[in-house]
Structures are given as structure tokens and as C-alpha cells.
Design a protein around this ligand. Structure first.
Ligand SMILES: [Zn+2]
Length: 320
């Protein structure tokens, strides 16, 4: 489905892209056409999204879509031809469309057909360069489909745009068991916002409760960062806890975003964090002892009653 990413809500600050956009854009600016579809004035939406190239998420394979990038005649045409296929896919996508305006094309060394993927429009390209084509007066549009991870498109207020998956308690438990981490206390879920893997053992070490029974209601529901004063998730933000573990998200808040609902024995839907993949869970389990020790140390520091005098200024800065 098509979603609006967080990153595009702010102007691009990337120096090279800013120059490129000024040159290519001819005074135009990035524009949201509709949810998940943006007109860009350069070809590198991945840099706007992630601050760098992201090969993996720039190459999604979508059933029925020949290529994740290509050329068409207009945004409307793109939407008509590929929109339904993208919407049908349960993953999350954003589309970049860049207008190549024929009248701005230079006589030499301008835009040419090759390397931009398949042409899905109605025209009949005959030349190598757009400049030399007859017709195509409206120019062409280069499209590129990018895949987003859930935490990359949650709006700042935390309003999610996606519908959750629904599973049974039995299936949920089976997914946790398949992680093979040695027991329910070591089963691993992943925070829907910050992506931090976490087990009940972690929550106990983070001070969320003294034993399994106490932390179990929080686990898979509130991120570990909530117990460590981590603050809200923001890419690259400075968090209150120096280790930057987790975020303050809880599924019980006013804004309901979650990717998974588990049908409980009561027949009701309960929102939960998703189980980690077995690979992630096992890697997490392997680093357990070391992590628990550092969590306990962090909690001790956070709970230390009085800090040495000399650090007063530092603390003030931290609170901003
Ligand atoms: Zn989190």
C-alpha cells in the first residue's frame, strides 16, 4: 500500500540534493500528489528518505509490476496502471515521480530513454534523446517505487496509516516458539516504532517489574525505552539515556498504531508488537548476559539519587 513517509515532511537538507533540485527543478519544489505519491525534482528520493542510498529498500519486487522504476506519461497514468498493484501489496511503499520537461531539455546530452527502466506510456519513442522525439510535448515522468519499514512512515503524532495484521493467540505463541530462544522469558518482540528487539528478561533488567508476571503485561505492548526515559523515537535524536535504548512508545496511548492484533481467549483483539524473526531473536538471545548487565547498570545510574555537583550544567543540557 502507499503511505506518506516521515522523512518527506521536512525540506531536504542534503547539500548535493539541494543544488541538484535547484538546477533540475527550475523553480519547482517537491510536491505531495497524494498519499504515498510525490513529485520530486531530482531522482534520489532514497537520500531524502534515509540520508543515503538504500539499495535493499530501493529494489522492492512487487507482484505484477515489471520493474520498480520506469517511465510513464503522467502521474495519473502511473496511478492508473500501477497504483492498484502497489495498493494490493501488504507492504508499505512510497513513489517518487520526476518530470522531465521537454522544453527544458538541452540539444545535447539531455535525458534519454535508456537506463530508466521500461516505458509504460502511450507514446512511441523513436529517438535516443527526448529532445529529438516528435511528440512527447508534455515530457515524461520517471517513477521509482521505494519500500518503507513501519517506523519510517509513522506520522509525528503517531497516527498510523496501515491496518494491522490479525492473528490468533496460538499462532502468535507459535511464532515466538519458532524463535528457539530457550523459553518464554527470552522470546523477542520488536517495537513497532523504533524497531528495538526486546524480551521479558530485558524488561525486568530495565526495571519494568521484578519478575515475569510483573513485566508480562508490558512486554509486547510498551517499548523498553519507556522504562529507561528514552523519550520519543526520532532518527538520530539525542535521548535521555546515553545508551539510546528503545523509545517511549506504548500501544495503549491515544494514537493507536500497531501492525499486529492478537485475538485473545476473550475473543477480543489485542494490539501487540510483532515477534522478531528467528534470526533477530537468536542474535538477541546470544547477547543476553552482556545486555542484561548493561541494562542493570544503566538503571542503577538512572536511579542514582544525587549526581556529583560538577555535572549540573550537563544535566540541564540533557533535558532539552
Ligand atoms: Zn520503541
Amino acid at each position: 500500500m502507499l503511505v506518506d513517509p516521515i522523512a518527506l515532511r521536512t525540506p531536504s537538507v542534503h547539500p548535493i540534493l539541494t543544488v541538484l533540485a535547484t538546477v533540475m527543478g527550475k523553480g519547482r519544489e517537491r510536491r505531495r500528489i497524494k498519499q504515498g505519491i510525490y513529485e520530486m525534482v531530482h531522482f534520489s528520493m532514497d537520500i531524502d528518505l534515509w540520508g543515503s542510498n538504500n539499495f535493499e529498500q530501493s529494489r522492492p519486487e512487487i507482484p505484477g509490476v515489471e520493474s520498480e522504476y520506469g517511465v510513464c506519461d503522467s502521474p495519473e497514468q502511473f496511478e492508473e496502471l500501477l497504483g492498484p498493484l502497489i495498493q494490493k501489496d501488504p507492504r508499505y511503499f512510497v513513489v517518487s515521480l520526476t518530470h522531465i520537461i521537454k522544453k527544458y531539455e538541452p540539444a545535447e546530452g539531455g535525458w534519454r530513454w535508456r537506463k530508466w527502466g521500461p516505458y509504460i506510456g502511450k507514446g512511441n519513442p523513436q529517438e535516443e534523446y527526448l529532445y529529438d522525439e516528435k511528440g512527447f510535448e508534455g515530457g515524461v515522468w520517471v517513477y521509482h517505487i521505494y519500500e518503507l519499514k513501519p517506523r519510517e512512515f509513522i506520522e509525528e503524532k503517531g497516527v498510523g496509516l496501515m491496518g494491522p495484521k490479525v492473528t490468533t493467540l496460538k499462532e502468535y505463541m507459535a511464532a515466538l516458539k519458532a524463535q528457539n530462544t530457550g523459553g518464554v522469558k527470552d522470546a523477542v518482540v520488536v517495537c513497532v516504532v523504533c524497531g528495538t528487539p526486546q524480551s521479558c528478561e530485558d524488561l525486568i533488567a530495565a526495571g519494568a517489574g521484578k519478575d515475569f508476571d510483573e513485566v508480562e503485561p508490558s512486554w509486547g505492548f510498551s517499548c523498553i525505552g519507556r522504562f529507561l526515559g528514552s523519550g520519543p523515537y526520532r532518527k538520530g535524536c539525542k535521548k535521555k539515556n546515553p545508551a539510546q535504548i528503545g523509545c517511549d512508545w506504548t500501544l495503549g496511548g491515544l494514537f493507536r498504531i500497531h501492525t499486529l492484533e492478537v485475538i485473545g481467549p476473550d475473543g477480543k483483539h489485542h494490539s501487540r508488537f510483532e515477534p522478531a524473526t528467528p534470526e533477530v531473536a537468536q542474535a538477541h538471545f546470544k547477547g543476553k548476559e552482556e545486555r542484561l548487565a548493561s541494562l542493570r547498570k544503566l538503571v542503577e545510574e538512572l536511579n542514582a539519587p544525587v549526581k556529583p555537583k560538577g555535572r549540573a550544567n550537563e544535566d540541564k543540557e540533557d533535558k532539552r
